[in-house]
Design a protein around this ligand. Structure first.
Ligand SMILES: [Zn+2]
Length: 232
């Protein structure tokens, strides 16, 4: 199907997810993986390429589609984008989020929002919610003060969008919606597993400082400088 076929040794433009730059890569291996109709006739030419990044020399799996003007849209399938999540986020939730990112990088936007919804289910279970239905589980987290106000609204919107992706209907999931869903899921994980924990530690530390050093404030109110001298 392809008009100007690619060969081992050719150079192509790729996004390297190891060094996170758009760069050139050398094709080291090629596999034609065309999509076919029920009678086995090719309907879409797909090319899988094993590529070495010219920047960091690491290996990548890159997918391209056939187009009258040549192979289009070189999309890095593996490795997926580097996770931006903190190591404080539980491993199972990191895996679910990475899978959502992988769906997004393969342009599977419905699958992205379904995986984001699954991540939310994981958060609820991890945080001790007992309700089986996600809407109720999120309400439990809100009622116990684990997610509040706007964050609860975000989570509800992600749940609804995830339902849209999970059920067969005419409603499309756009690239923008899938991208926003990923960003909101990331913010939610960050809030619950990083910021909330950090705030709690901060709060405890402040409490300890306050009980340990009460005279400082009184001294400064009385006009005593740090070295104990009376201010003029
Ligand atoms: Zn690289």
């Amino acid at each position: 199907m392809a008009h100007n076929d690619r060969r081992v040794g050719d150079s192509i433009r790729v996004f390297c997810s190891h060094c996170e730059v758009n760069t050139a890569g050398r094709i080291e291996g090629i596999l034609h993986d065309d999509e076919t109709d029920d009678e086995g006739r090719p309907v879409l030419g797909i090319l899988l390429q094993l590529v070495r990044c010219s920047h960091c020399q690491s290996g990548l799996l890159v997918q391209s589609w056939d187009h009258p003007d040549g192979w289009q849209d070189s999309n890095t399938l593996w490795p997926g984008p580097q996770s931006k999540l903190s190591p404080l986020v539980p491993h199972r939730l990191q895996l679910a989020h990475q899978e959502a990112e992988l769906c997004f990088s393969a342009k599977a936007y419905m699958a992205t929002v379904v995986m984001v919804r699954r991540t939310l289910e994981g958060v609820c279970a991890d945080q001790g919610a007992t309700a089986k239905v996600l809407m109720r589980a999120l309400e439990e987290l809100r009622d116990s003060g684990k997610i509040e106000g706007r964050l609860f609204d975000w989570a509800q919107d992600l749940r609804v969008l995830g339902n849209q992706g999970a059920h067969f209907s005419d409603a499309e999931v756009s690239r923008e919606d899938a991208e926003d869903a990923l960003a909101l899921a990331e913010a939610l994980l960050d809030y619950i597993y990083v910021l909330a924990v950090r705030y709690e530690e901060f709060s405890k530390r402040r409490q300890r400082t306050r009980t340990a050093e009460p005279p400082r404030l009184l001294d400064s109110l009385r006009g005593v400088t740090e070295d104990g001298q009376q201010q003029p």
